[in-house]
Design a protein around this ligand. Structure first.
Ligand code: AMP
Ligand code: MG
Length: 349
């Protein structure tokens, strides 16, 4: 064997060893879950079957990267840069941020502004979910409402530029970014050979592969009247990969002597948390980002208008849980949703 050949074999062996070390794999017959706290919520990733040990850390890195670009709470985020330059000049952003803003505009349009990505000034005033949450003064709310209009957002896909035309405008993707993050992690796991997984970004769920026995996943819809995360009112057989719930019980502010629940879904027209008779809306669709967008918009639109939007959109389904404990499901979910709690009743529009 000549010297060159020996060196080559040695390098190949070293490379092989290096690969082996960076891709240690776990062979598993039980699902494995890892939890992280990011994008303002608890993220659980569950992988079924064998997996490379680095995939959890890499998945959490994907979400942290999305957070660093799109959070209003991170000074250097791309979203804050866009907002700081409202009325001044366009800002070029990453493709991920552009994709989320572009899809947010779709949701703003189809809901006729019930979902409005430019409701950021309201979101910042209320700060629901943080310990700084309080009821803002009426004048401040009126000023914030004046800055809201998704039609004043200019996008250029070629240059990935975003421009808020009016000074004082603030965009916020809190109503859609968790869903986007879940989709991205799902795609990543799939690219790494994972065949079955659940990505749960604070209740925004992406389902990879089939459920047990190769059939649809069975996903519990939370009972909004209990504080336990594990009490379900019914089960959906999910034949589509995403399921997302928006509910009044997720983040809210309580004021002593006031029965109003000041929750985190805001009405861009009134400036106040939406007051209707919905406790929670669950959306099933092909994309977690879309399910997330629709869960927020449909909540704001209310039962009748929200159901109309769902029924007129292909491959998007909804479950409404009302204050009255009545449950309404869209036509595509009939036969796929089953009540398991006898405190609730099925109803029809
Ligand atoms: P979700 O939990 O998906 O329903 O989203 C609620 C989050 O979306 C809030 O915490 C805000 O960041 C943002 N948000 C609240 N109201 C609206 C609205 N009307 N349109 C767009 N985003 C909203
Ligand atoms: Mg949402």
């Amino acid at each position: 064997m000549n010297k060159k050949r020996i060196t080559t074999i040695f390098i190949v062996l070293l490379l092989g060893f290096g690969l082996y070390r960076s891709h240690t794999a776990t062979v598993s017959s039980v699902p494995h879950t890892e939890t992280g706290y990011m994008i303002g919520t608890v993220v659980n990733i569950t992988v079924y079957g064998d997996y490379d040990d680095d995939i959890f850390d890499k998945s959490f890195d994907i979400i942290r990267d999305i957070e660093s670009k799109m959070s209003l709470n991170i000074d250097t985020s791309e979203l804050n840069e866009i907002n700081a330059n409202a009325g001044i000049h366009p800002v070029a952003v990453s493709e991920s941020t552009f994709d989320v803003i572009e899809r947010s505009l779709y949701h703003s349009k189809v809901s006729d502004g019930a979902f409005d990505i430019s409701a950021g000034s309201l979101v910042s005033l209320w700060q629901i979910g943080s310990d700084k949450a309080s009821i803002p003064p009426a004048e401040a709310l009126a000023d914030a409402i004046d800055t809201i209009d998704y039609k004043n957002i200019w996008l250029n896909r070629d240059s990935l530029e975003v421009f808020l035309k009016e000074e004082g405008m603030i965009i916020d993707v809190g109503g859609i970014a968790k869903g986007y993050a879940a989709d991205r992690v799902g795609e990543y796991l799939s690219s790494r050979g994972v065949e079955r997984a659940i990505v749960d970004a604070g209740g925004d769920i992406y389902l990879l592969g089939k459920g047990s026995n190769g059939g649809p996943w069975k996903i519990g819809v939370k009972d909004p009247f209990t504080s336990s995360r594990n009490d379900y009112l019914g089960i959906v057989s999910a034949t589509q990969p995403s399921i997302v719930t928006s509910g009044v019980y997720e983040r809210f502010l309580e004021i002593e002597g006031d029965d109003t629940v000041y929750h985190h879904i805001l009405d861009p027209k009134t400036g106040y948390p939406v007051q209707n008779d919905i406790q929670g809306v669950t959306i099933v669709s092909d994309s977690t980002m879309d399910s997330d967008g629709f869960s927020t918009s449909v909540f704001v639109l209310g039962l009748e208008e929200g159901m109309k939007l769902v029924e007129s959109t292909d491959n998007v389904e909804a479950i409404f849980v009302m204050d009255s404990k009545e449950v309404y499901v869209s036509s595509g979910l009939r036969g796929l949703f089953e009540l398991t709690s006898d405190e609730f009743t099925m109803a029809e529009l």
